[in-house]
Write a protein that binds this ligand. Structure first.
Ligand code: GZL
Length: 329
């Protein structure tokens, strides 16, 4: 009996040794730190507007849809935070890095580190300015220059329809040295430059923020008052900040002053429907699907397009705006 017990004890001891020597992860459920099919590091520049919040939400939703593990870091409007985040993604050895650069300059060093680590980088929404052509693989974002052109073409049609002989414009620009600011301004200016009726009185940086849009509008009204015929604002947030300042002067935005805005978020479309804004050029924040598909192609070693522009539309008082469906951002 004792001998049998000994044999049972020996078997139990051998089973015990086997259990403690085989890592749990190799049996059944995979290790929690096993690398997923695709790990994407994304540095979002901040949360300055409904557009940006919609963009972040879309990227998170699409990562879920495509089964991609997303490490998303919000830089709270600071370039140094984006650079730090990219360095963390490199250290973590993500498969692909994507980011929306708050401004165009100052990325060469960190992107060279990503290149040397063999990690491809996708630009989302905004571009960078660099001597090195090969620091990034692809830009997924709007054609901002075309948005500026569409805004100006609307104004020319509006001036024709109203029979205006002189059109004094003030411009509230987005974040200085950002791609949307530079290209919207250029597209707009290039389109009106041969139209002698048009005059840009002044352009001031509103940083894409509602609060700054209000401040800038107050400054411009103090300086130019009723001489202002048109406000060209680079995004809806700044437009929505500016409108109450115009109303305080007794003038009716959309009637006494032509208001042109860009983004196409719900709040701006609602105000367009009220007749307080005349034109809204869409800049879609829905870039997540293209981002995930491009990241998967890069992971699979496939070639990708160097630039992907989403399709975009345009809303104005030239149409029945009551039919514009819900915008979702
Ligand atoms: C445009 C995006 C701009 C939006 C603003 O693609 O970079 O930044 O127009 C946002 O609303 O702040």
């Amino acid at each position: 009996m004792f001998r049998g017990n000994k044999r049972v004890s020996l078997c139990l001891f051998i089973v015990f040794l086997l259990c403690i020597s085989v890592p749990v992860g190799c049996v059944g459920k995979p290790e929690s730190n096993e690398k997923p099919e695709l790990l994407l590091g994304f540095s979002q520049l901040g949360s300055e507007s409904a557009w940006r919040i919609g963009n972040t939400r879309d990227i998170e939703e699409q990562a879920e849809n495509y089964g991609i593990s997303l490490m998303l870091e919000n830089a709270n409007q600071k370039q140094e935070n984006q650079i730090d985040a990219i360095r963390r993604f490199i250290a973590y050895q993500v498969d692909v890095i994507a980011f929306s650069p708050i401004v165009e300059e100052g990325w060469d060093n960190v992107l060279l580190e990503a290149k040397n680590a063999g990690i491809p980088v996708i630009l989302v929404d905004r571009d960078i300015s660099s001597e090195n052509e090969d620091l990034t693989t692809c830009l997924i974002g709007a054609d901002f220059y075309k948005e500026g052109v569409m805004a100006a073409e609307y104004l020319i049609r509006k001036a024709d329809a109203l029979g205006l002989e002189n059109v004094n414009i003030v411009e509230i620009t987005g974040t200085e040295n950002s791609t949307p600011m530079r290209q919207r301004q250029a597209g707009f200016a290039d389109t009106i430059k041969d139209d002698e009726r048009m005059c840009i009185l002044e352009s001031i940086d509103g940083d894409f923020l509602k609060s700054r849009g209000a401040e800038v509008m107050r400054t411009l009204l103090e300086k130019y008052g009723d001489d202002i015929d048109v406000i060209f604002s680079h995004n809806d947030e700044m437009t929505l900040g500016a409108l109450p300042e115009i109303e305080k002067t007794g003038r009716k935005p959309g009637k006494d002053v032509i208001i042109i805005s860009i983004d196409g978020g719900q709040e701006a479309i609602d105000v367009l429907k009220e007749g307080k804004i005349n034109c809204v050029v869409e800049c879609t924040p829905r870039l997540g699907r293209e981002l995930m598909e491009t990241a998967l192609k890069l992971k699979a070693g496939e070639k990708v397009d160097s630039v992907i522009h989403p399709k975009e539309v345009f809303f104005s008082d030239e149409e029945d705006v009551s039919k514009i469906p819900a915008r979702g951002y």
